[in-house]
Design a protein. Sequence first.
Length: 253
Amino acid sequence: MKIPSRNLIPGLLVLMLSACSTTSASKKAATVEGMLNVAGAAINEGDHITALEYLSQAQGLEPDNARAHHLYALAYLGKREYKLAEESARQSVRLDPKLSAARNTLGKILMDLGKFNEAETLFKQAANDLLNREADRAKLNLGILYTKTLKPDLAEQWFKLALEDRTPIACLAHFQLGKISLEKNELPKAERHYRLSAKGVCSGMSETHLAIAQVLSRQKRYEEARAKFVEIQRIFVGTEASDKAIEYLRDLP
């Protein structure tokens, strides 16, 4: 076996150390990514303590990970720690201005705090990001913001734009459009939006079912309204929605 010359050995050592360093960095990145995925799943399941545990570990390995700070914001929101949530969301946006999900989350926090101008800017940035897979959420939030700031025409415009993305949360846009149509006394249109809002991921929202029954009642379709209120009692047993259905039933002719 031919032994490498002494002149080649330093170069080989550099290559070996570089390869080890690259492998180590790749392993750390994969570990952090795995922890963040677990944290995200825990947040979706409402287990915010587990999420915070994994996020703490991930941050120990990679303190300036923008996605980690965004997930922190979501976990803090789940714990009703609004100040911490805002701080984490702001840090995420600072670390990665292109992370539209973080901009949308920060906008939602600021909207809830009444900071409408800053929230509006963040929502528009996220909504107009062509690479944002969740642009529909920002559009929906813009509609809600304009509803809160008494700009119904703009609200309706953004709710319709959210519908055009044809995502599972379109039902939430339909619900908001139903409310707008009801305020305009456009009852058939309101009914259509409410019925569409009671499908898919929103099918378990008692508000949509109550809204359908109320619209039927306002159209003087009392038997249909009565049947819907009874259905609500059966589906949402022991809830506030069931109690409201009982009250509305008493008031029907």
